[in-house]
Design a protein around this ligand. Structure first.
Ligand SMILES: [Zn+2]
Length: 367
């Protein structure tokens, strides 16, 4: 082959790859590791699903996935995710109107007009500030620990929409198309020696304006600041879709609890982990915490959360995902890591899942 033909070969191969991708409804992130994900003839023959390419949230009027067993996941800053599945919308945390000191999410809380269930991991403002307004507008059921739902009640959410859970067992919540098991988790407690130095330095380098501080005080008031959040008010949710696909959601990077260990003995593993990156600033403790989560939840795919940051002020540093992903893959080379921008969809063919696994995975326990 001459030098001149090479670019044409490369271009033709790229076009072929692109047309193969376009002939499928979407690209499931597991396809790179598992042929089974694309093997379903119905899936392979399906038309491109615009719901898996659009950046508009389903909860703000965007398209829902065509196939009832396609799950569309969108990250919307901090630990917020939207899950669209089987015609239903599940919101994980609700902190959308973050103020002028944050990168824009591309929508406001008032734009969220559809939701069926809102799961609140814990009651700090940066996880629940918009839960009350969104649940009142949409009529969605909203789930949280007592310290969280007390706040929702005080904010006028009708009692009929509120589900208070402790995560201590026996609280399986059944909805149309999916079930949710609340599990008592624990809030992150980053090393104060590090946070004091780092937040002092960041605050000195780029202080928030007085107007931004006032704005944040008002937003802060829509969440709770209560020491009970650490050990009693942080809930992980194990979501099982009716296809068998399992999702572990944990909105704070704290140590795993006995309740989580017991739940994972029963579940074995999950298809997707949506887990907050710990607020440790330095990579060794951040990776250590993520390893504890991943070794327990045994996900096939990990999407990080809580890694973005305000623009200025003492918390204005994004939590780096690439060194974290590397540490996790060094521990488990079969892990698929996915991090997208705000509102970019990630779709899964949930008919392929750990519950009816086609290949034995994790036959031997992970280290
Ligand atoms: Zn918190």
């Amino acid at each position: 082959m001459t030098r001149g033909t090479l670019p044409w070969v490369v271009a033709a191969a790229a076009m072929l790859a692109a047309s193969a991708a376009l002939s499928r409804p979407f690209s499931d992130p597991r396809a790179e590791k598992r042929d089974a994900v694309d093997a379903d003839p119905a899936f392979a023959a399906a038309e491109r699903d615009p719901a898996c390419h659009a950046t508009q949230l389903v909860s703000t009027g965007g398209l829902a996935p065509r196939h009832p067993h396609t799950l569309a996941v969108r990250w919307t800053g901090y630990s917020n995710f939207e899950l669209a599945y089987g015609g239903k919308i599940i919101l994980l945390d609700a902190y959308f109107d973050r103020g002028s000191n944050y990168p824009p999410l591309g929508f406001a809380a008032r734009d969220v007009t559809r939701a069926d269930v809102i799961l609140i991991g814990h009651g700090h403002f940066d996880h629940m500030a918009d839960a009350a307004s969104v649940s009142i507008r949409t009529g969605a059921a909203v789930v949280g620990a007592p310290v969280t739902t007390d706040k929702l009640t005080a904010q006028g959410v009708p009692a009929i929409q509120i589900r208070t859970v402790t995560g201590r067992g026996g609280e399986l919540l059944k909805f149309d198309g999916f079930a949710v098991e609340p599990i008592l988790a624990r809030h992150g407690q980053p090393d104060p020696q590090v946070t004091t130095v780092m937040e002092g330095a960041l605050g000195a380098l780029s202080a928030e304006s007085a107007a931004q501080e006032a704005e944040e005080r008002a937003i802060r008031a829509r969440g709770v600041s209560d020491p009970r959040v650490i050990a009693e008010g942080t809930i992980a949710y194990l979501i099982t879709l009716d296809s068998g696909f399992r999702i572990m959601y944990r909105d704070s990077g704290g140590r795993v609890t006995d309740e989580e260990k017991a739940a994972m003995v029963r579940a074995g593993g999950v298809d997707l982990a949506l887990v907050a990156v710990a607020a440790e600033y330095l990579m060794p403790p951040t990776a250590r915490q993520a390893l504890e989560h991943m070794r327990l939840y045994k996900p096939e795919v990990y999407m990080p959360a809580h890694h973005d940051a305000p623009i200025s002020g003492r918390r204005s540093l994004w939590r780096a995902t690439e060194p974290l992903f590397q540490a996790l893959k060094d521990d488990n080379p079969s892990l698929v890591t996915v991090s997208r921008g705000y509102r970019e969809p990630v779709c899964f063919n949930t008919d392929v899942n750990v519950a009816h696994d086609l290949e034995p995975r994790h036959a031997t326990p992970l280290r």
